[in-house]
Write a new protein. Structure first.
Length: 551
């Protein structure tokens, strides 16, 4: 494995890997005739990737891009994302991946907040970005990817003169926060390489064999899993990442088998959709998969999947702020229990109550993490962009507060129990309840709103909006009182759907006469439903989930 202490920057580590593993495959795109790019598929060796990265570096460098600049990449799951990121990082440029599902308001926030020096985008995404730029105060140049070689404009500010190092920012990834607006997690070169090195050294059932693995990852490159965790694990060990454009259950196994994948990455939503496919006599045949690596499999499906398809699903825990994952990979595993491993040297864990006091084993509490007492923040994110207060709050008392509620066994095994109620986890996306509430609150019909997670059989959780209609709406909205609740719900859904990425719009809407509050008028979400009540069974609740399928 490439020694990240000897090669502490992404460029240094990549070019060392390209030299060491030149003829081995690094990046594969499975064939897909319906895809706009590489319909026949693509397989690039380390040497071939390097041969594409070097000219890109030269193009960006000649235009003046270097250490201290930021470039937004809106390139979906195409191999171009990997190539441009490697080239830019090698020059000391920090990359800001863009979620292609973002609407104008979300794009405008990202551009204004990250203050990127340039946006590189697919041609079909440029119109939405141009519209967003009409609503920003920060207006960087936008260039379609095919024009980078001929039409790249120089940055308005000079690059820094000092050499890049392991603490140089490599990426800013936006993650939903409880305050409504996403927070930009600043990730260093060292962070990204360390996450890959950690994965490569987990051992047990997750052992990574040098220059022998082919890891299939259908997850988005604008998230930490595919672009950092798995990619750098593969790169540092002479292995290969198979990057699909997106997850589709009907072609998952074809792509896994045709690409000779030995490892697959998954999210909870993937498992029931694969199990829903018709059983096939080849379910355990003609594939080379040694293990699946992911999070969120429903306990009752865990053993069922493993028995049908013949390989273990290794449940992990990680987050954008720290993706050196914990994983249940040492036999005997605790299948079907939401267990995700024990603390290891380099990731210490403490489970606490609301006052940061340690709770007894078997008691639910928030999971706090750190590298060690001496170096608590080593290999964690650098901080939230331009938000020292949020960073300090997350790191209070020398531990990073994850917001995840867990239960720890006496032997150290940790089980996921619950998530901060301000965050909704839908199909692998973290959705800020406060962000959805803020959008709904701008609708003239809404007086009060509370957004919270509700269980979903396929997507883990779904967005539920509890709405109290405004007096003004009831009195002055004409025929508002004459139309059915379904029409009201549709209007509120469309309001969110137009303003936010499609998956953030409410999947369920419930109109209430009032929402419980404290004496100081703070909403008490926990009092809306009784402890054992399934909100989806509340009379009058409206199911809007099918409306999202227009995407």
């Amino acid at each position: 494995m490439i020694d990240i202490n000897q090669y502490p920057t992404i460029g240094a580590a990549f070019f060392e890997a390209a030299s060491r593993y030149a003829d081995h495959s690094l990046l594969v795109v499975p064939p897909n005739q319906s895809r706009r790019y590489a319909p026949q598929g693509l397989e690039l060796t380390y040497a071939e990737v390097a041969a594409r990265v070097r000219p890109l570096m030269q193009i960006y460098a000649l235009a003046g891009y270097g250490h201290g600049h930021r470039v937004a990449l809106s390139l979906e799951n195409r191999p171009d994302h990997v190539l441009h990121k490697l080239a830019l990082n090698a020059l000391g440029v920090c990359c800001v991946p863009v979620n292609p599902d973002y609407r104008v308001q979300e794009l405008a926030f990202l551009i204004d907040h990250s203050k990127v020096d340039l946006i590189v985008a697919l041609p079909e995404l440029c119109a939405a970005i141009n519209e967003a730029l009409e609503h920003t105060t920060w207006c960087p140049p936008l260039i379609a990817i095919q024009d980078v070689g001929t039409g790249l404009s120089a940055p308005t500010r000079a690059a820094l003169t000092q050499a890049i190092n392991g603490e140089t920012p490599a990426s800013i990834l936006y993650t939903s926060g409880t305050t409504g607006s996403p927070k930009g997690c600043v990730l260093s070169h060292r962070y990204e390489l360390a996450s890959g090195a950690w994965y490569a050294s987990l051992g047990g059932l997750a052992v990574i064999r040098p220059a022998q693995e082919r890891l299939y990852n259908p997850l988005p490159l604008f998230h930490v899993n595919a672009s950092i965790l798995s990619f750098y694990c593969m790169m540092l060990t002479g292995n290969c990442q198979i990057q699909s454009d997106r997850f589709q259950p009907t072609r998952w196994w074809d792509e896994v088998r045709q690409s000779n994948a030995t490892i697959v990455h998954y999210l909870g939503i993937i498992i029931p959709l694969l199990l829903a496919q018709p059983p096939d006599k080849n379910d355990q045949a003609h594939h080379r998969v040694r293990f699946g690596f992911g999070a969120g499999v429903e306990p009752q499906l865990h053993a069922v999947f493993e028995a049908r398809f013949g390989f273990p699903l290794l449940e992990i825990w990680g987050m954008t702020e720290m993706v050196r994952t914990l994983v249940d990979c040492e036999p005997p595993r605790q299948v079907g229990t939401r267990a995700f491993g024990r603390p290891r040297p380099g990731v210490e864990v403490k489970v606490v109550d609301g006052h940061d006091n340690a709770v007894p084993s078997g008691t639910p509490g928030e999971m706090l993490i750190r590298h060690s007492a001496q170096t608590p923040r080593l290999d964690f994110f650098l901080g939230y962009l331009d938000d020292e207060a949020a960073t300090a709050h997350a790191w209070r008392n020398g531990w990073f507060h994850t917001g995840d509620i867990v239960v720890q066994d006496p032997d150290g095994m940790i089980h996921f129990f619950d998530r901060d109620k301000h965050i909704i986890r839908r199909s692998g996306e973290n959705i800020s309840a406060a962000q959805v509430e803020a959008v709904l609150q701008t609708h003239p019909w809404v007086q009060t709103v509370a957004v919270l997670p509700v269980a979903d059989e396929i997507r883990e959780q779904e967005v539920l909006a509890c709405v109290v209609l405004s007096d003004t709406a009831q009195k002055t909205a004409g025929d508002l009182t004459a139309v059915g609740h379904e029409d009201k719900a549709l209007a509120l859904f469309e309001h969110c759907y137009q303003a936010l990425a499609y998956y953030k719009a409410p999947g369920w809407i419930l109109f209430l006469d009032s929402i419980p509050t404290t004496a100081t008028q703070k909403i008490q979400k926990h009092r809306i439903f009784s402890a054992n009540e399934d909100p989806r069974r509340r009379p009058g609740i409206i199911d809007c989930r099918d409306l999202k399928k227009r995407y």
